[in-house]
Design a protein around this ligand. Structure first.
Ligand code: SF4
Length: 691
């Protein structure tokens, strides 16, 4: 270790990248973060970190940090003092709302903030700015899991814990490449004679390579497979009849429905053979404890929410829920995606309360000491509908917080239209320029992970402490400070945030708001989560008693059709494009492109194609190719010829603004969750003319 990396103090915190929520220690020397290491006492990672976590301190001193407020004047973003920046924001948004109504403001938050900031933002936006149109970028990754859980169990909340992956004798991963996306979690399912790992994925991902059985299903045929497994389980008597009887409703209708998903039919739809389908169903059905994990392969679909219910069906009919090793488990994306789900004001009210439930609104009005009429009775626009609203003229001002839709939102041309149509665009971010902040009328420089205090909730509902190791650069301020300052400027600070000074004040109120709810933070203290390396709300497992938060206490079984995906290939657009991620990068690379080690490992996007297709098109490895959909094209991608993808399918990572996969992706959304369908669109591939 070089002398410059020897720390004089170590600050305990939680990783700010993915939802695994690894505990770490940030080494600080002379006020600068010089290194990080895994927290050896943390139950999530036992001292280990993945490459992103291992290099996380570099983002704090990255040259691309936003350090001063910038306001567009005569077409150029120029530095201004905070007072001018925030006064302008309040004045512009105020006059837009006066002219077009309160709901003409759309706000898109993020799973990058600490929970206390998300909670504060929700109150500020809904009760202060009085717009209902507030959502998170989490709708681009987790909304289907939330909706699916609500449909099956009556509430959101992943029911299991990470240790259930190790306790299970069968782990079934569907559309989940944890080796790239949740690397530390991946170690829990390393090969073992005690456990069978089954991976369902059209691609031979790194996770699929680890599996005992890989099921390379045709794109979007997972519902048929899941229904087919349910059919075999019922046929073979491998179901838990007493659990079904006592804790579910809808079994008869469900059993009749899945009876049409015979192995023969499922084999046709999925491209698998009947024996394999039978083998997997029997393994799952005979397991003492079976765990199903899923991520974006399920969620990123126009059928995402109902696919989640199909997964939940399997767990319910076999009683694989609420006990060790048994859970239908959505692995979340961002470090604090769960925090946004809990604190709400997006698809639900804080504490998983329902907008439409008068008693829930009364409850909140009492705690907040406000008139109940101020609490909306229905959710506002979801993220995709906020963008659509900006295009149609309903939304006139947009405020993005720590998110970069130019790279992350599907069908870029519509997004660009939205950004160009609004009268005022605020981008609050720890980095500038980003492809999105380049469009902004106002850029607010924000502190990031390592520079602020609060909590993140990880995928297993573990509330982990996040601590400040260093000061933010230049004039950057924490998102929390920015929100409170705005609250003061619009005259609601004392009413909505009385005497609040720190995120701990927000935590204390959030404890009162969540008390008695499923995500009950009143069961632990700030100090406890610090000292004990986090605490899981709901304990290790939800639904241990088989009682679900529905009107009759029973979970719902759903009949889920397997619809063809929206944009089928044809003779002109003859490939199905799948998009995804790689372990070295995080989302739109705002952070990881600034870390030399990560960037040098994977500096560019690429396109994967099967050798059979490459031969037909007379293409060689490393050729430069253009991918074209009905919407636009991505030029000059390096071709990788590989059996990782099946014939007729191609894959590219979505991280790269220079080769933006969202130029070609489809703007189609799940009707229930509003999550985009990033995983399938029809494209053609040609050699790039520029080569
Ligand atoms: Fe951070 Fe996720 Fe890597 Fe753990 S696995 S170090 S939480 S990025």
């Amino acid at each position: 270790i070089s002398a410059s990396r020897v720390a004089d103090t170590w600050v305990k915190t939680t990783c700010g990248y993915c939802s695994v929520g690894c505990g770490m220690l940030v080494g600080v020397r002379d006020g600068k973060a010089v290194t990080v290491r895994g927290n050896p006492d943390h139950s999530v990672n036992h001292g280990k970190l993945c490459p992103k976590g291992q290099s996380e301190h570099h983002i704090l001193t990255a040259p691309g940090r936003a350090t001063q407020p910038l306001l567009r004047k005569k077409g150029k973003l120029v530095p201004v003092p905070w007072d001018e920046a925030l006064d302008t924001m309040v004045e512009r948004i105020g006059s837009i709302q006066q002219k077009y109504g309160n709901n003409s403001l759309g706000v898109v938050g993020t799973g990058q903030l600490v929970t206390e900031e998300v909670y504060t933002l929700g109150k500020l936006v809904q009760l202060g700015f009085r717009t209902r149109n507030n959502d998170g970028n989490t709708t681009l990754c987790m909304a289907s899991a939330v909706s699916g859980y609500k449909l099956s169990f009556g509430s959101d909340g992943p029911p299991g814990s990470y240790e259930d992956m190790e306790a299970a004798d069968v782990v079934l991963l569907i559309g989940s490449n944890i080796a790239d996306n949740h690397p530390i979690l991946c170690q829990r399912v390393e090969r073992s004679s005690e456990r069978t790992l089954i991976v369902v994925d059209p691609r031979v991902t790194k996770t699929a390579m680890m599996a005992d059985i890989h099921l390379p299903v045709k794109p979007r045929s997972d519902i048929a497979l899941i229904n087919g497994i349910a059919h075999i389980l019922i046929r073979e008597g491998l179901i838990d009849s007493s659990y079904i009887e006592q804790h579910t409703t809808g079994f008869e209708e469900f059993a009749a429905y899945v009876s049409t998903f015979t192995p023969q039919h499922v084999a046709q739809v999925t491209g698998l053979n009947e024996e394999t389908i039978l083998k997997v169903a029997l393994l799952y059905g005979r397991a003492k404890a079976a765990f199903i994990g899923w991520t974006m392969g399920v969620n990123h679909s126009t059928q995402g929410a109902v696919t989640v219910t199909a997964i939940n069906n399997l767990a319910l009919i076999t009683g694989n829920i609420g006990r060790a090793g048994a859970a239908p488990f959505s692995i979340t994306g961002q470090c604090n995606a769960m925090g946004t789900r809990e604190t709400g004001f997006t698809s639900s009210l804080p504490g998983y309360r329902k907008f439409e439930d008068a008693a829930h609104r009364e409850d909140l009005a009492r705690i907040w000491n406000i008139d109940i009429e101020r609490i909306p009775t229905a959710r506002g626009l979801a993220y995709p509908d906020i963008i659509e609203g900006a295009v149609s003229g309903k939304i006139k001002a947009l405020w993005f917080i720590a998110t970069n839709p130019v790279v992350s939102f599907p069908n870029y041309s519509v997004l660009e239209q939205a950004l160009r149509s609004v009268e005022f665009l605020v981008v609050q971010d720890g980095f500038h320029p980003t492809p999105t902040s380049d469009f902004a009328d106002l850029v607010l420089p924000a502190a990031i992970w390592g520079e602020k205090e609060g909590t993140y909730t990880n995928s297993e509902r573990r509330v982990g402490k996040v601590n400040r190791a260093v000061a933010p650069p230049g004039d950057a301020r924490t998102d929390f400070d920015i929100f409170l300052d705005l609250a003061a400027r619009i005259g609601v600070r004392e009413e909505l945030f009385p005497n609040w000074k720190t995120t701990h004040d927000a935590f204390l109120e959030w404890q009162r708001v969540s008390a008695g709810r499923m995500c009950d933070y009143s069961k632990f203290t700030w100090q406890q989560i610090e000292d004990e390396n986090g605490a899981q709300w709901g304990g290790k497992r939800l639904y241990e008693d088989g009682i679900f938060p529905t009107s009759d206490g029973k979970a719902r079984l759903h009949c889920v059709p397997c619809d063809p995906f929206v944009e089928q290939p044809n003779s002109e657009y003859n490939f199905i494009l799948n998009t995804g991620r790689t372990v070295e990068h995080w989302h739109t690379r705002t952070k990881t492109s600034q870390v030399a080690m990560l960037e040098s490992m994977v500096p560019n996007a690429w396109l994967e194609m099967n050798p059979e297709d490459a031969k037909r098109l007379n293409l060689k490895s490393h050729d430069r190719v253009t991918v074209t959909s009905r919407r636009s094209n991505v030029k000059n991608l390096e071709l990788r010829i590989t059996g990782i993808v099946a014939p007729g399918q191609v894959f590219m990572p979505f991280h790269f603004s220079e080769s933006n996969s969202n130029l070609v992706t489809l703007g189609a959304f799940d009707p229930i969750s509003r999550e985009p369908n990033f995983k399938q669109c029809a494209v053609r591939v040609e050699r790039s003319a520029t080569h």
